[in-house]
Design a protein around this ligand. Structure first.
Ligand code: BMA
Length: 336
């Protein structure tokens, strides 16, 4: 069956609002001092005077479609642009039930570092939240039931509760991939409830397949600035990547959420913030070309916003914009 994609021709946001960094890609497998093939979908924070990145590393033979494994690595930076990876991977999971842990998202709350992650298990995909004091030990606070992932935490309590965005996979009732962004809240980061639908695929003019949260939200005067990933699928697309017949395209979307009721979308950018069109590292030569997947967003004191994103599921990149310009891209949204 072929799926039409009226959204595919919508170009990305104007280059005056968001710019790819000239140093891109800012982290690749060639900079990693242990076996590494695909370095992407990292979480990034500014913490204790330096930038810290936790990245996903799928390792194996370049060109192969099956990887030997996935681990999470740490890199640090003084300027957020030039990165140095630690000598060893941070997390290698050895548990028969767990196949892999990936797509880390970092948030600092009250000085403590929390990491959301996705975990493929023999019984489905679970979304987890962990805390680390020192980027050595890692304590898991909660794991969702399958199937859920792409969790991100807000950097402060809202209405006395911790809040997260998440993306459950509602396959049975929807008939096919058509996944949306939800929110949940918790008194203690362990027990989650009070779930709300935040944004559905049908609200995003450049998505026809699924959505999910991307980088953890950033507070601005006008609302929570929030990236998401949006997927359009075209079954007539041929192979474009090492992976045979990769038919999806991942763009980065942008929205503004209400400061006090963060499940309410108050602004939405009607075009992709970043679409994989202009840069070769997003389009050609990767494992899955045409994928942009933000995982980290930092608001600097100057008003500059750094958005870190995985490109083509192969390398890690950076784009920057001014917070006021990014907020201005979000047109009023009347609600669901
Ligand atoms: C999703 C995840 C992401 C990846 C994306 C595009 O299912 O595996 O890590 O970036 O697909 O391949």
């Amino acid at each position: 069956m072929s799926v039409s994609i009226p959204c595919a021709s919508i170009p990305g946001a104007p280059a005056t609002a968001i710019r790819r960094h000239p140093a891109n890609p800012i982290l690749t497998a060639s900079q990693i001092p242990y076996p590494a093939t695909l370095i992407f979908n990292a979480g990034v924070i500014k913490h204790q005077g330096r930038y810290v990145m936790v990245f996903r590393n799928d390792y194996g033979r370049e060109g192969d479609t099956h990887f030997d494994g996935t681990n999470l690595g740490i890199a640090t930076s003084v300027d957020g642009i030039r990165w140095e990876a630690n000598p060893q991977p941070w997390l290698k999971i050895e548990d028969k039930e767990i196949r892999r842990v990936y797509d880390p998202r970092l948030t600092v709350i009250d000085g403590r570092v929390y990491m959301c992650f996705a975990m493929d298990t023999n019984h489905g995909v679970r979304g987890g939240i962990a805390v680390t004091e020192d980027f050595d030990k890692f304590d898991i606070l909660s794991l969702s039931t399958p199937d859920n992932r792409n969790m991100v935490l807000f950097p402060e309590k809202i209405g006395g509760k911790y809040v997260r965005l998440e993306r459950p996979f509602t396959v049975y009732s929807r008939g096919r991939d058509r996944f949306d962004i939800w929110s949940g809240s918790s008194p203690d980061l362990r027990y989650w409830g009070d779930h709300h639908l935040v944004l559905g695929v049908e609200h995003v003019p450049f998505a026809n397949d699924k959505l999910g949260p991307a980088a953890p939200p950033v507070r601005t005067k006008k609302g929570w600035l929030c990236t998401f990933h949006a997927v359009d699928r075209d079954d007539t697309r041929g192979k474009h990547g090492w992976e045979p017949a990769w038919k999806k395209r991942y763009t980065a979307g942008l929205m503004l959420l209400d400061l006090n009721e963060p499940h309410k979308v108050i602004g939405l950018c009607r075009q992709p913030l970043l679409a994989p069109e202009d840069a070769a590292y997003e389009r050609d030569g990767g494992f899955r070309n045409n994928v942009i997947f933000p995982g980290g967003m930092i608001l600097e004191d100057s008003g500059e916003v750094k958005i870190y994103y995985g490109a083509a599921d192969t390398v890690e990149c950076l784009a920057t914009g001014h917070v006021d310009d990014l907020v201005a891209l979000c047109e009023p949204f009347a609600g669901l």
